[in-house]
Design a protein around this ligand. Structure first.
Ligand SMILES: [Mn+2]
Length: 308
């Protein structure tokens, strides 16, 4: 099924146009992982941030909030946030680990903010979609059992709790956040986890976009932290050779923390594990980009599947 990727004209063109130097170590050809996304994912793959939302405003990116409402409010205050002067874009994982995920979603909706879907947000969406499908079938609430629950969803998880308690408007907000948010005016992509540099955007896997941290030696992305190398290495190397380089703003990789490279900006500074919540005020000039952080002091659930 992957043969299409390798035969694309786009890819062949890119390979031929790169310098024929054997001294540059080239990463092995990227492959998408075979992990499939649940039928209840109901995602928007990509959307473009309308310029009307951010022109003449500060464009502010905020890393993974993980249910930390008090910290989000403290950060907004520290940023001197104003709805008429600022537009905020979240890097995903608004939900899970912290004390008030639904409160965070409420605030994000009030702010009229934009964002992308994180792997934890996705689990809430899939739980909700699954529960809705049961209600439609039988016309009432149904006890779920472990055999009927889709793969990767856990009974008793906070994702299930959120799905059972989320209001329709907050669910719609989650659904409206795409996997990839494109900001063409600034040559930016926003994603939760990452993208592979040598695959066309349309061919990237939803699961990988929300979960990858590293690329294994065989070119396959993985969420595991200790296999292969950071996906950002490959992305930066490819952009440095490109005539039209793109920068990615992402979250998800709290263990590496704040990661500012030429073409990748990682903003997950560990709010979900009691470290910091970070915002970046965008500027075309990298030297003028401003980072603003607050300490995260809420109690966080540490027993959550932490490889996520
Ligand atoms: Mn994540």
């Amino acid at each position: 099924m992957n043969s299409n990727f390798n035969n694309s004209d786009d890819n062949e063109g890119k390979i031929e146009s790169s310098p024929p130097s054997s001294s540059i170590a080239k990463p092995s050809k990227s492959k998408i992982s075979t992990k499939e996304i649940s039928p209840y994912s109901n995602h928007i793959f990509i959307s473009t941030l309308p310029a009307s939302l951010y022109s003449d405003k500060r464009l502010i990116f905020i890393g993974d909030v993980h249910g930390a409402l008090e910290e989000l409010d403290a950060l907004l205050e520290k940023l001197n946030y104003s709805s008429t002067k600022d537009h905020i874009v979240f890097t995903g994982d608004l939900c899970a680990k912290g004390p008030d995920s639904l409160g965070v979603l409420r605030r994000v909706r009030e702010l009229g903010a934009s964002g992308v879907r994180g792997n934890h947000d996705d689990k809430v969406v899939r739980w909700k979609g699954f529960l809705k499908s049961l209600e439609v079938e039988v016309g009432k609430e149904v006890e779920v059992n472990s055999e009927s629950v889709p793969k990767d969803l856990k009974i008793g998880s906070e994702h299930e709790y959120m799905a059972k308690n989320i209001t329709d408007d907050l669910y719609e907000t989650l659904l409206s956040f795409p996997l990839i948010l494109e900001i063409p005016e600034h040559n930016l992509y926003v994603v939760h986890a990452g993208l592979l540099p040598d695959l066309p955007i349309a061919d990237q896997s939803p699961y990988d976009i929300m979960n990858m941290r590293n690329i294994k030696n065989d070119g396959t992305p993985t969420k595991q932290k200790h296999k292969g190398h950071a996906w950002t290495d490959d992305w930066n190397q490819a952009q440095s050779r490109s005539e039209n380089p793109k920068t990615i703003i992402y979250g998800h990789d709290a263990s590496r923390g704040l990661q500012i490279k030429e073409y990748t900006i990682g903003l997950d500074s560990g709010c979900g594990s009691g470290r910091e919540l970070t915002a970046m005020i965008w500027n075309e000039d990298p030297k003028k980009r401003e980072l603003v952080s607050v300490r995260c002091t809420s109690k966080y659930k540490v027993n959550l599947d932490d490889s996520d």
